[in-house]
Design a protein. Structure first.
Length: 341
């Protein structure tokens, strides 16, 4: 098996820099679109055969060094008691947003094996299929990012309902965070037990917070999750989108690897985090529209800067955009492998 990704996660030296990409399985791929033409997104997430198939597509087509489980961060909110739908135009829509203590009271911490068996079945299929290929990454949304969707009822531009609840009804907000933290711990532990060899915690919306609010409302819960996961041998990646202003707080989380978005120079991120941290990132997803030579220059720059960290996993600073040409993504993976050697 190509274990280059795992070796870097454990702080070992490797012959080249491993690369995988957030949203590497998805809408930019014709093979994914062919499957999606006959099945809606949520049904795809809940069908182990098809979820495993789309997880494997980028491994075979792109030549990446790790597979990431195909699912969605909001899958866990359904067994907690919320109705979830996906709209092509609006994205996720959650019924009856959670904005007070009585709404939090109704939420339950799911029994993962009983309530999300399709996720674990997908992992079992993937471990067999990936046995002689690459490692499998499991994932979850963070408590804060999940909370924003549950409070807002979907995506948001200003997160006013989330911040109102934080500031005006903090006891109910922290009560929600407690339930979500227990859920994420159980969910990621079950993924690891079933076969995920590393896990990533996606904190897509924590970058909307001040450093002070991140320290109060996010960090204690992320630290608790990571502390529990450290009882396993699986490395933990923590990714915050728009992380630049809060890296000083993020470095306290205890994760093995810190993911960096594209809005900060990688050298600056390493200076803020310290050279003992393993980092992941951080090419702008839109750089995949550059001509090949200019894309290669961006890759070389990030690889060169990543050398000053304890370890570096190449990735995008966020997910691949649906309009991205597949041939450009293949060229990116080849460039990372070639120039890092």
């Amino acid at each position: 098996m190509n274990d280059t990704f795992l070796k870097v996660c454990y702080g070992e030296k490797t012959d080249y820099t491993p690369v995988w990409l957030m949203r590497q399985a998805g809408r930019y791929m014709p093979q994914y679109q062919a499957i999606r033409s006959n099945i809606d997104f949520l049904t795809l997430c809940k069908n182990p055969k098809f979820a495993a198939e789309v997880t494997l597509q980028p491994v075979d087509i792109l030549g990446v060094d790790a597979a990431i489980l195909f699912s969605d961060i909001l899958i866990v909110v359904e067994p907690m008691g919320m109705r979830l739908e996906f709209s092509e135009k609006e994205g996720p829509v959650l019924s009856e947003p959670v904005r007070n203590k009585s709404a939090v009271d109704k939420l339950i911490v799911p029994e993962i094996e009983q309530d999300l068996p399709f996720v674990l079945e997908t992992i079992k299929i993937l471990r067999k299929e990936l046995e002689n290929k690459v490692p499998l990454i499991g994932f979850s949304g963070s408590p804060f990012t999940l909370a924003t969707y549950m409070i807002e009822g979907g995506t948001s531009k200003n997160f006013v309902n989330t911040k109102k609840m934080m500031f005006q009804n903090s006891s109910a907000f922290l009560y929600l965070m407690d339930k979500l933290t227990d859920t994420v711990i159980a969910y990621l532990q079950a993924q690891i037990k079933t076969g995920a060899q590393a896990v990533q915690i996606f904190d897509t919306w924590a970058g909307i917070l001040t450093p002070q609010d991140f320290r109060i409302y996010v960090l204690p819960y992320v630290k608790k999750i990571i502390k529990e996961l450290k009882k396993t041998d699986a490395p933990v990646i923590y990714f915050v989108n728009e992380c630049a202003g809060i890296l000083g707080e993020i470095k306290k989380c205890g994760a093995d690897i810190i993911g960096i978005d594209w809005r900060i120079d990688l050298s600056d991120a390493i200076k803020k985090l310290g050279k003992k941290i393993i980092i992941q990132g951080n090419l702008d997803p839109c750089a995949l529209f550059l001509p090949k030579e200019k894309l290669e220059d961006r890759v070389k720059d990030i690889l060169w800067k990543g050398e000053s960290a304890r370890g570096h996993i190449f990735n995008l600073g966020h997910g691949i955009l649906p309009q991205t040409p597949v041939e450009n993504v293949i060229a990116l993976v080849e460039a990372v492998h070639t120039f890092s050697r």
